[in-house]
Design a protein around this ligand. Structure first.
Ligand code: THU
Length: 137
């Protein structure tokens, strides 16, 4: 699958955005190593902090279906300028998908392909928890 097609899947997913508070619609599409695509949109909540971004919706859908290996995440919004993933999503994508390609798209159709590690240098990860003592039950 080429990245232009992946972006069009993200753009289509944006149609289901539940964003009555911000009116900021976002769609995302995650590409797995086997070529499958999982899409998601942002889902806001009246208790604002419970909102889930499009990227996490898409990735959680994929992981909950058993996917473990990923290649890219594409993001689309209604803005003229590209919408980069928020900090929380960068952390979640790094944890679950690793240093994947992040494809940003602009209103005029231009794509910008970045590596997640460039967007999130020195990430916290499971490796940092290896010395944690767990309590026995
Ligand atoms: N949002 C996303 O879904 N993804 C992003 O990359 C940036 C922000 C959502 C969260 C909220 O519903 C709205 O956009 C405004 O922040």
């Amino acid at each position: 699958m080429n990245y232009r097609t992946l972006v069009s899947r993200a753009r289509a997913a944006k149609r289901h955005s539940h964003s009555p508070y911000s009116r900021f619609r976002v769609g995302a599409a995650v590409l797995t190593s086997s070529g499958k695509v999982y899409t998601g949109c942002n889902i806001e909540n009246s208790s604002y902090g419970l909102t889930v971004c499009a990227e996490r919706t898409a990735l959680f859908k994929a992981v909950s279906e058993g996917e473990t290996s990923f290649v890219a995440v594409a993001i689309a919004s209604d803005e003229k300028d590209a919408t980069p993933p928020c900090g929380a999503c960068r952390q979640v994508i790094m944890d679950l998908a690793g240093d994947v390609d992040v494809i940003l798209s602009t209103g005029n159709g231009a794509l910008n392909v970045l590596k997640l590690a460039d967007l999130l240098p020195l990430p916290f990860g499971g490796k940092n928890l290896k010395n944690v003592r767990r309590t026995k039950r």
